[in-house]
Design a protein around this ligand. Structure first.
Ligand code: NAG
Length: 341
């Protein structure tokens, strides 16, 4: 008898059987616990086209609202005592933008500055046609499709930035904004000016919209930087800017975070300095656009901003935006500019 031979065969048979069983269990478990569906993925190119249209639909509501009696309410005062108004146009634009996107991509997480009032017509927006050639932005149609998991995407919308100025008739500052963040990083930003009308966008690592100009680098700008600060809550920021960047610093005021970031993007200002608390729907789209043109937005401590779904909507500690020389300006700032640390 040859026990050794029998034992060898049995061992081999057992191992093979065990391995096949393992494969079957592994395959079964894999397919039942994580089924991949088409709706779990989202095409960023379609989302960009939807975002452009959503910002423009919202912009149309903002335009329409101006001709009706403005129903101005206050959401209270900001920490610095500035009024925080909201109008019917904010709500109408929210309905068009939020439900336009939601009804096109039901699984998409969208965070808006506003919420709907008890008006059923708000939710019944038609889905956005993502196959439409978006006016003046034919460049989008030549870009590649890019699929990501919809669970990784957070969209931040501001249905009406610079509401205070809107109520004052200072329409040039008014924008609507849509931003696409992936795992907290802003990737696509759209800023629409309803009263021009003009739409600017940027897709980080790809390209900005064709209407965004190139801005040549000038190192001498550091000698006399043009700094834009908030018109409604300037705080001590004007004085901080002069002390930090030198006596030849030119401080200009403007409204709307979207407007101010776009001014840095197009080279009107060298930097945008914000010294009070600010919300992420005010920043996200501009953050994506400034990154697309190789500029930078950080807190005044140099940290990048996290736009994840479960993150705090508020950014504390101030914000710095530049197209060039970010670290140079950052290092000139005093360690605390908001007194909150
Ligand atoms: C640049 O941006 C600023 C601020 O948004 C705007 O006032 C100005 O008209 C823009 N300039 C150009 C050339 O687009």
């Amino acid at each position: 008898m040859n026990f050794g031979g029998t034992l060898r065969i049995n061992k081999f048979a057992c191992f093979t059987l065990g391995f096949i069983l393992f494969l079957i269990i592994y395959w079964k478990a894999g397919s039942s616990s994580a089924p991949m569906e088409k709706s779990d993925l989202i095409n960023l190119k379609s989302l960009l086209k939807a975002a452009i249209q959503a910002s423009e639909f919202g912009g149309q509501k903002v335009m329409d609202g101006k001709n009706h009696a403005l129903n101005i309410k206050s959401k209270g005062k900001t920490k610095e005592g500035a009024n925080d108004p909201v109008t019917d146009a904010d709500y109408a634009s929210h309905c068009a933008m939020y439900y336009g996107l939601k009804n096109t991509f039901p699984k998409l997480n969208v965070i808006s500055e506003e919420h709907s009032k008890s008006d059923p017509s708000c939710e019944s927006q038609p889905p956005i046609d993502v196959d439409k050639v978006v006016d003046g932005n034919i460049i989008v149609d030549y870009m590649n499709d890019e699929l990501v998991y919809v669970k990784d995407v957070t969209v931040w919308i501001d249905p009406l930035d610079a509401t205070q100025e809107y109520t004052e008739g200072l329409y040039q500052y008014v924008t609507t904004m849509v931003c696409v963040a992936i795992r907290g990083v802003p990737i696509i930003g759209v800023i629409h000016y309803p009263f021009l009308p003009k739409t600017y966008w940027g897709w980080y690592t790809k390209k900005p919209s064709a209407n965004i100009p190139g801005v040549p680098y000038k190192s001498e700008n550091k000698e006399h930087p043009r700094v834009v600060v908030s018109r409604s809550h300037p705080g001590k920021v004007q004085q901080i800017a002069k002390e930090a960047f030198g006596p030849n610093t030119e401080v200009l005021t403007a409204a709307g975070a979207g407007y101010k970031v776009m001014g840095v993007v197009n080279g009107t200002y060298d930097l945008y300095l914000h010294a009070t608390n600010i919300k992420k729907w005010d920043l996200c789209a501009g953050d994506a656009i400034i990154k697309t043109v190789h500029g930078k937005m950080t807190t005044t401590k140099g940290e990048s901003i996290d736009y994840s779904l479960d993150s705090d909507v508020k950014v504390t500690g101030g914000v710095l935006v530049t197209r060039y020389d970010h670290d140079y300006y950052l290092n000139k700032l005093p360690p605390t500019i908001t007194g909150l640390h």
